[in-house]
Design a binder for this molecule. Structure first.
Ligand code: FEO
Length: 391
């Protein structure tokens, strides 16, 4: 493969993973994922983050080809999650004199995973600068974006921000590496799904990271997943700003769990009522069919959330329980919500949905509505109040 240059001395050496089914063995990857690694060739040669083990069998050869016989002097470890760090041991074995650049929070993990001792580590603190010749690398500690030890590296010479997980996306890089080489429509949904499910829980820390980066002149963003932003770096910044402030768009997500179709009929009836009131963005999901990550993505996007469940063992349906568990953990905010459901014996589905919603900081727009038996139109009156008020 030809070398991919970001700037004269800065190279992209990432890899696509089309084999893995589940990111973190949890999140579906229908479009795969890219792990991005970068190499700066200067008086001191620097590798910025590695790859997930096995993603690229010629990774070391690629590095050597760019180095043309020179040594690798530093490996910057911005983040210890193994999708970026599981090649650290191989790099050290190949380049035994290398120094690993990391902050103190990563030290214990570097020792525990790779047996590194202090003599192999170059510690950096927030605001430290490492001069490697033409380039000056500035380190910005950004804890919890996405784990406690995470930091970003800013090259103040070429004005490149190596942002790690921030501004990343699911989806492989299919030929196009840079934002001006891709159709972003393909990536926007996957970028938000990545944000909402992986980073969104720590939205307040994203805002703190933004505060630290205030006034920094950024011409290129090199994240650890997804496209490299060399033409319009302000776009991912504005999207992350919006998502981390929990700003949403006009629209409604109806997620239902239905054992034999009655609660689904209520969802369809309700969606029709909402459409008649002029709402164009309405998305209905069967939680038993669609993985929660896709539903959470849409919930993060839209203002209205309506959850419906049949009763199941005197509680909500187990698949709805899964969605509620994830929502409680990820904690999307600024939502209007309503609840509905159906039952045959003593109920309990809506009651347990109420217990979930009480734990959220969402705005209730209508009383929960539950029916027994067949949901014919004569019983659906309570859904009108939800349709009237959801937005
Ligand atoms: Fe892409 Fe938090 O690892």
């Amino acid at each position: 493969m030809k070398h991919i240059q970001i700037k004269e001395r800065v190279y992209y050496i990432g890899a696509n993973d089309r084999k893995k089914s589940l990111f973190e063995n949890n999140w579906p990857l229908p479009n795969g994922v890219a792990y991005n690694s970068y190499l700066i060739k200067d008086q001191k040669n620097v590798l910025i983050d590695t790859l997930e083990f096995g993603a690229k069998d010629d990774y070391i050869e690629n590095i050597k080809a760019i180095l043309e016989g020179e040594q690798l002097d530093y490996l910057v470890v911005n983040h210890m999650e193994p999708d970026h760090s599981s090649m650290v041991g191989f790099i050290i074995k190949e380049f035994p004199n290398i120094k690993v650049v990391a902050n103190s929070k990563a030290f214990k993990m570097l020792e525990a995973y790779f047996g590194l001792d202090n003599s192999q580590i170059h510690e950096v603190k927030d605001g430290d600068v490492l001069e490697i010749g033409y380039h000056k690398l500035n380190f910005v500690l950004t804890p919890w974006v996405h784990w406690p030890e995470t930091m970003m590296t800013y090259d103040s010479t070429d004005k490149i921000l190596f942002s790690c997980d921030a501004f990343g996306s699911f989806g492989t890089l299919d030929g196009g590496i840079f934002d001006d080489e891709i159709n972003f429509q393909f990536y926007e949904d996957e970028m938000r799904r990545y944000y909402s499910n992986i980073v969104g829980k720590y939205s307040n820390m994203v805002q703190k990271a933004f505060a630290k980066l205030e006034g920094v002149d950024i011409s290129v963003i090199c994240p650890s997943h997804g496209p490299v932003w060399r033409t319009n770096p302000s776009l991912p910044i504005s999207l992350y700003d919006k998502w981390s402030k929990h700003e949403s768009e006009e629209g409604v997500v109806i997620a239902f769990a239905s054992m034999y179709g009655n609660t689904e009929k209520m969802a369809d009836y309700l969606a029709r009522l909402i459409a008649e009131r002029g709402v164009k963005n309405i998305r209905i999901f069967d939680v038993s069919k669609t993985h929660v990550s896709f539903i959470i993505n849409e919930i993060w996007k839209y203002k209205g959330v309506i959850l419906g469940s049949s009763a199941y063992n005197a509680g909500m349906h187990p698949m709805m329980q899964h969605l509620c568990h994830e929502l409680e953990g990820l904690n999307p905010k600024n939502k209007n919500y309503a609840l509905f459901g159906s039952y045959s014996w003593s109920g309990g589905g809506v009651k347990s949905l109420i217990s979930f919603a009480d734990k959220m900081t969402w705005n209730k727009v209508a009383e929960p509505f539950e029916i027994m038996g067949v949901p014919d139109s004569s019983k659906m009156g309570g859904l009108s109040e939800i349709a009237d008020n959801i937005l």
